[in-house]
Design a protein around this ligand. Structure first.
Ligand code: GLY
Length: 338
């Protein structure tokens, strides 16, 4: 799984593409990263460096990518290599999906969160009218290239944010994966021992997406923790994974109280929260606002419902669980009481 250099990791995926038909779009914060400055980075291709924030995950930025592709006379048989975190790969993928009705692209995720989630599965898009990912397309990358070397420069907060999505994957998949994740030493944050677990989590996602590429059913299991999580993320401005972890605690609470899911899972996740993530900076008086945000969630099928994925047990998720206001309030009360 490990790649010695970026060039050697990309090479197997470039077959059949003319050399002058390859462009790179990359997050500007990586410009001095040893993976890029090293002699073995793909310096021969034109690079568009972008400053990536949630605010400029926008149509303007996508049009800069389209312009860049036109300037280099890229045809729809060309290839766009997207190097960065989830916001960058979402935008690059969307630009590729729409350029001349669709060209191939490769994702090189550089954060743990992007490795586990955004870089595979084909969801691409931008924020529009202040709503996250509200414009987009399903377009599967030709490859997702993983290099553990990117992870060595992540902050502990970025690391923990990605690890929360790994915990989610363990909970929806199996006791084996969940227990392996619980055994991982988060005090050390060692990337070598994490890498096989990253591969396992990616394989879980790829298996789910292969069954339901456009999220008509089963793919919704990947949204475990995200109904409460997205609302908490908007209210608290915390990294995505932190919000998902808090969301998983609320949704596990409902899984335990409504579906008899083993309480031990809730206790294990709560311990991790208290030890590494800290408590959510919200209070009971925020509940109404959080409920309103949850009702706006694009996962809901009816305007008044709050739609969640819950768990009957580890590895036994149930999609499309409609929950009422009193359930949601009770789960939030539990979360805020910790
Ligand atoms: N982020 C969840 C999914 O790709 O479906």
């Amino acid at each position: 799984m490990s790649c010695e250099t970026l060039n050697s990791a990309l090479l197997p995926h470039l077959e059949g593409v003319e050399k002058d038909q390859i462009c790179v779009v990359a997050d500007k914060c990586l410009i001095r990263h040893p993976m890029w400055t090293g002699a073995q980075a793909p310096h021969e291709w034109p690079v568009l460096w972008l400053e990536v924030t949630e605010e400029n995950k926008s149509l303007d930025t996508v049009s800069r990518i389209w312009d860049f592709l036109f300037e280099h006379a890229i045809t729809r048989h060309g290839l766009l290599i997207c190097i960065g975190g989830g916001a960058l790969t979402d935008m690059g993928g969307f630009a590729a999906a729409t350029y001349k009705r669709g060209m191939n692209y490769i994702n090189v995720p550089t954060t743990l969160l992007a490795m586990i989630d955004a870089s595979s599965g084909g969801k691409t898009g931008i924020n529009y009218r202040g709503i996250k990912n509200s414009i987009g397309a399903f377009a599967v990358p030709r490859a997702t290239v993983l290099c553990p070397e990117w992870l060595t420069t992540l902050s502990p907060q970025q690391f923990l944010s990605g690890f929360a999505e790994m915990l989610k994957t363990g909970l929806i998949d199996s006791s084996a994966l969940w227990n392996s994740l619980l055994q991982y030493d988060l005090d050390k944050m060692d990337t070598t021992s994490l890498f096989p677990l990253i591969a396992d989590c990616m394989a879980v996602k790829q298996r789910i997406v292969a069954h339901d590429p456009q999220e008509n059913g089963m793919r919704k299991v990947l949204n475990f923790g995200h109904t409460f999580g997205h609302a908490l993320e908007r209210k608290m401005q915390v990294p995505h994974g932190y919000a998902v972890l808090y969301g998983m605690i609320a949704e596990l609470y409902l899984s335990v109280t409504r579906l008899n899911c083993p309480r031990e899972l809730l206790q294990q996740l709560t311990r991790l929260m208290l030890q590494y993530y800290g408590k959510p900076a919200c209070k009971c008086s925020d509940r109404d606002q959080l409920l309103a945000l949850m009702r706006q969630d694009k996962k809901n099928e009816h305007a008044v419902d709050i739609n969640c994925t819950l768990l009957q047990a580890v590895g036994a998720p149930l999609i499309n669980q409609s929950i009422g206001s009193s359930d949601a309030n009770e789960a939030l009360d539990y979360l805020f009481s910790l």
